[in-house]
Design a protein around this ligand. Structure first.
Ligand SMILES: [Zn+2]
Length: 281
């Protein structure tokens, strides 16, 4: 009796072990297959645009996610350089499309949304030390408010190689606004920056990454040349310039590994063709 029970028990265990083994094998095959496929298939052509907000150690609880600590940010910049990346601005990319700029072999665009004051105090010196460039997208009604960049800082940043773009006047998701309001947000933010002595504004970042099929045309009408989304992927000369792919870089939980994984995510999304915006030929 005891023996039977024991046999019954051990056979149950062996069945479970077999099932677990089978599952593990399946998982290994899947992961292995994906890795092999990525290694074998040609690497998709294109370059990443990275989405940042703040570079600072301390941040209020509701903004913590958006703040990359200084040491980790330095590590990310140094990693990009060690991998042979060269930073370009969006304007340079748009010039390259018209044959008026030669893109480096391995480009990357660094972008910063909202216009926080650490972009001047912390980010700018770190970029200059490394000979790197970036694009900063301003919410024009926040300029000069506590915690945000001032007009003087913006004029100085521009002189020192930063491209300034618009992130609207009020940071409302444009898809929720009436047509006239949308137009105002695009037009007035651009004009305000230009009236305050900044260069012509050509690039744009959608608040909350929210866009619809009418917004690219509205941006074109308002004389913008490029706009970035929050859809991860790589960009090339065929990417819709008003729906550029951009991969988010929030405060890392797993150090530089997470950063490498996010770069890989951009490549993977392009490989899989998920939310990729190729312009109609
Ligand atoms: Zn924003």
């Amino acid at each position: 009796m005891n023996l039977d029970r024991k046999q019954g028990g051990s056979s149950w265990i062996s069945k479970a072990a077999k099932a677990a083994g089978g599952l593990l094998l399946l998982l290994c095959l899947l992961v292995g297959g994906l890795a092999l496929w990525c290694a074998m298939a040609p690497k998709p052509e294109g370059f990443p645009i990275l989405e940042y907000h703040m570079v600072r150690d301390e941040a209020p609880e509701d903004a913590r996610e958006y703040a990359v600590p200084v040491e980790e940010f330095k590590e990310q910049l140094d990693y990009l350089q060690s991998e042979g990346y060269t930073t370009v601005t969006l304007l340079e990319y748009m010039k390259a499309k018209k044959g008026k700029f030669t893109m480096p072999e391995k480009p990357v665009v660094l972008t910063f949304d909202d216009g926080y004051d650490d972009n001047y105090q912390t980010l700018l010196p770190l970029l200059e030390e490394r000979g790197m460039k970036a694009v900063v997208f301003m919410v024009t009604n926040d300029i000069g408010r506590p915690g945000y960049l001032t007009w003087d800082q913006l004029r100085d940043m521009e002189k020192r190689g930063i491209e300034l773009g618009s992130h609207t006047a009020n940071h409302q998701p444009l898809t929720t606004l009436e047509p006239q309001m949308r137009d105002d947000e695009l037009r007035l933010s651009k004009l305000l920056m230009e009236w305050n002595g900044l260069k012509t504004v050509f690039s744009f970042s959608y608040p909350n990454g929210a866009y619809d099929e009418e917004l690219p045309e509205l941006l074109r009408k308002n004389e913008y040349l490029a706009a970035v989304t929050g859809d991860a992927g790589l960009n090339n000369m065929q990417t819709d310039p008003y729906l550029l792919q951009r991969v988010n870089i929030p405060r890392p939980r797993f150090g530089l590994w997470e950063f490498k994984l996010r770069l890989w995510k951009a490549e993977l999304m392009t490989r899989l063709g998920i939310m990729q915006h190729r312009a109609a030929e």
